[in-house]
Design a protein around this ligand. Sequence first.
Ligand code: SF4
Ligand code: SF4
Length: 396
Amino acid sequence: MLFKSAFDSLSEYSIVRDLNLCISCSVCVGQCSYDVHRFHQGLGRVLHDNLRCKGCRRCEALCPTGAIAVMRNCMEEDCRGHSVESEKLRMIIQDYDERCSCWAGMDVIQGPFSCFDDTEARLGLVTVLGAQNGRVSVSVPIILTLSGICAENPNLRKAVRECVSNLGTVCDIHSYYVSDEPELAELGINVLEAEEFMNSSPEASYSPIAVRVDSSLEGVEEAFSAVESGAGIIFIGRKGTPDMPPPISISMLHRKLESKSMRQNCSIVAEGCVRQPMDVFKALILGADAFSMEFPVLRAVGCTACSGCIQGQCPWGIATADPVLYKRLNPAMAARRIEDMVKRMVLPLKAFMETNGIASSNELVGRRDLLCATGLSDREMDILGLTHVSDCGGGQ
Ligand code: SF4
Ligand code: SF4
């Protein structure tokens, strides 16, 4: 017993199996792609190896008798959950996303919100991206992104393609397979790394030219140089070294371009840092024109953020190119969920615009009078161009 608990303490997760409920059906054995569970013929029951568990909770979700609980072996509150699970798990996911958001310390000064039909969500959200060397018009200012192993999942690509087509937007999929899928390439946008852009010949450039920079001081400088050299869209927000919170880098770039009368020469896309509808407001107000989202896309289709993606054996069939696993993801259902996620992201924005007589989301870009700071330092408020909540009489 002593040996068992010492051994278990080495693992990040512990599987707790209620033997009174377990019917030895082996569903968990088949569903776990990390071989955590195995049926022991001699004992006639299922055993598990905690050390292999990634905490994805698929076995817990699919066990027909509810015999499994996956526990995290640390003092931190568990922050995993799955979107098809209970209200409690949904709240855990929301809490996780809120805690991981980089937009804390700011409140939107809100007017009253009205209710409206969500089919109207896209009206007024048409955004034109790019300026120099080409433009692309999107019906909602949200670009769906897939990268790494997720971009190699054909069912996930299919879901994103369908969703992008239904929503009238574009996607950014970094995958060798894109060239094999003309339809997807048509709906996609090519984003060049800053270095790649600087070394590329003008003939090799895409239209519109989109360049990706890190969220760092260096990234802001690279973005500025790229705009001077003809880039029409800047993707900024990805963690740089040393990194800077994305709200700061977005705000710095927006204000720098404004001060040089170059803001109209490019669109700013906040990349990878928007997770909540309120983040959309804050990013717009600080200077972003649109948002590139990957994590919310993965969340929408069932990602439990177990961080095992790198192994490419995602039991939910998301971060994987394994045909046995990616077949677990139904593309049509995934597309509906992604579409719902996008609508949930923009509905409060749309409601705010309708109620306050704002005709287009573009009108919100740079409207710092709608945002106040709560708990930020003087230096941060200065960079962001915000006043403290006590000085602007709002922020409920
Ligand atoms: S899925 Fe549930 S009931 Fe079936 S073997 Fe695993 S723990 Fe037991
Ligand atoms: S990795 Fe996922 S499916 Fe496998 S045992 Fe752990 S929680 Fe269950």
